[in-house]
Design a protein around this ligand. Structure first.
Ligand code: ZN
Length: 409
């Protein structure tokens, strides 16, 4: 376990920010810097079948140490960091024995990490917190996951008395720009199921995410001199406004939580001749999700009937709720739950209000719930991770390997 912290610090000080506007994989050259280091390290700790492909996807094997066959399982995390905030020159700070008070991240710029605002901090009094210096993100998302997986594998290598089946691990680029799973070779990985180690606080266990689609509404109008426009002008802006007024006002991100779905209008532009609305649809429930699409179609039809054929609508699916892929093999969730409980960690099972790489992987044939990596306040300068939470994640990974070997026939 003593290598967990130095490992993590080494990873976060290597800049691996991804770039949504790049067409290459990995999206940024610099992701290779950490990828190559990780490959070396996997060799060093004694992992087998260590590979890195032309897109920087890393895979490795911890061989079965049993005399019987048990399911091959995997652990997955990503080494890129979010394009939302700088990941250059990360200078992690370590606060031992946290006293529960404000943490001054940056005296010069007066940046303070305060439990008055970030209440989760109160749970970590007495623990060791790793924070930023207030000018970058930390990258615990998801370098904590990588450090934890490697440390767990090293632990199992050094403790052959713990029996386990074949374990596969993978580290991917570009998760933060939604492409972490795109070029993931599920067949080569060869696991029956896997866990992304990419969640937040201790105990998180997630196997449900949104169904997601995006829609674009295009309205064509007719411009006529306003003084002579009666019964002639078609104002696309007015029709756009009518379209929006048919959407349920309470079903928006700022008024929904838990399993409640929403429409989110995130872009609108318009002139008399042409208006465009872009929105996203999110819902955990597949039936409600389809009903939301139907509603958009109904509004379109209604407006076209009223004004003439001026409204065009396109809807494109983005990702789906992994629940339907995980539920048929629910033991993969139960094993993670039991691993946590046996370590006195209370599992926190809740639906993700977003997507994960695990959902894409689940539909690619690798059912893949998500477990905690320990960090908080991802994608910004207030990001931090308690060392103790990372240690717990290591223990959960080890325990999942152990339980899979003993429980699955
Ligand atoms: Zn992540």
């Amino acid at each position: 376990m003593e290598k967990l912290l130095p490992r993590f610090l080494e990873y976060v000080t290597t800049d691996t920010q991804s770039d949504p506007y790049s067409k290459t994989t990995p999206s940024t050259e610099k992701q290779w810097d950490l990828a190559k280091k990780l490959v070396m390290e996997l060799h060093q700790i004694g992992m087998q079948e260590v590979s890195i492909d032309e897109n920087a996807y890393i895979m490795a094997t911890l061989p079965n140490n049993l005399d019987k066959k048990v399911p091959i399982i995997g652990f997955v995390s990503h080494f890129d960091t979010s394009p939302d905030f700088s990941g250059r020159n990360v200078k992690p700070q370590i606060f031992e024995n946290y006293d529960g008070k404000d943490i001054v991240l940056n005296r010069l710029k007066n940046i303070v990490l305060s439990p008055d605002y970030f209440e989760d901090l109160k749970a970590y009094v007495g623990q060791t917190l790793i924070t930023t210096d207030g000018t970058t993100l930390l990258g615990a998302d998801d370098k904590a996951g990588i450090a934890e997986i490697i440390t767990a594998m090293e632990y199992l290598i050094n403790h052959p008395e713990i029996k386990h089946g074949k374990i596969r691990i993978a580290f991917t680029p570009d998760e933060e720009i939604g492409r972490g799973a795109h070029k993931f070779d599920v067949e080569k990985f060869g696991a029956e199921w896997a866990y992304t180690v990419d969640g937040s606080q201790v105990g998180e266990l997630e196997y449900e995410n949104f169904n997601a689609a995006k829609a674009k509404i295009t309205i064509t109008g007719k411009s006529v001199h306003p003084g002579y426009a009666k019964n002639k002008m078609v104002n696309a802006i007015g029709i756009a406004n009518a379209f929006l007024s048919h959407l349920p006002p309470s079903e928006v991100p700022e008024h929904t939580t838990g399993r409640e779905g929403f429409f989110h209008v995130h872009n609108i532009k318009g002139e008399i001749e042409k208006a465009e609305i872009e929105l996203i649809i999110r819902d955990h429930d597949a039936v409600h999700f389809e009903a939301r699409k139907d509603l958009l179609n109904d509004i379109k039809d209604k407006l076209n009937k009223k004004y003439g054929e001026y409204v065009n609508l396109t809807i494109e699916d983005q990702y789906k709720n992994m629940r339907e892929k995980v539920e048929p093999m629910f033991h993969i969730v139960e094993i993670a739950e039991e691993a946590m409980k046996s370590l006195q960690i209370e599992p926190i099972i809740k639906p993700i209000r977003g997507g994960t790489d695990g959902s894409q992987l689940s539909f690619m044939g690798l059912p893949c719930p998500n477990i905690f990596a320990g960090g908080h306040n991802f994608h910004g300068k207030y990001e931090y991770v308690p060392l103790e939470s990372m240690e717990k994640a290591v223990k959960v990974i080890v325990k999942i390997c152990e339980l899979t070997a003993t429980q699955i026939r």
